[in-house]
Design a protein around this ligand. Sequence first.
Ligand code: THU
Length: 130
Amino acid sequence: MQEETMDRLIDAATEASRNSYSPYSSFPVGAAVLTESGRIYSGTNIENASYGASVCAERVAIFKAVSEGDMNITALAVYTNAANLAFPCGLCLQVMSEFCGDIPVILASDTLVRIYQFSELLPHRFGDTE
Ligand code: THU
């Protein structure tokens, strides 16, 4: 993946995190996905007083892309301003597995960037057969 594209994805994720609605965890997260069409969709975490109704940044970004009919995701970035990088949660990995191949997953903070392949984070998913 080109460095310029990666920077754009991280910037979009960072920008989205500014809209985080996270009064319960105080843990803002931003995510952005790149699709085959070249478009970028971003999302942030949106929490709820009924905690289970909260949704992660990654799923918001993915669902925005899919609901625009743009469902072939080719890269995903997650941004937090925390000291440590945040890995996507198990629910988000399962949702990603529906719309992503073995894509690069970029984890970013203000000081660190690490790139994983999706298959490192979720080698097997529900829905696969042995
Ligand atoms: N969260 C995300 O948005 N993405 C992740 O990868 C991990 C966790 C959110 C959910 C919740 O709003 C807050 O971070 C604390 O768990």
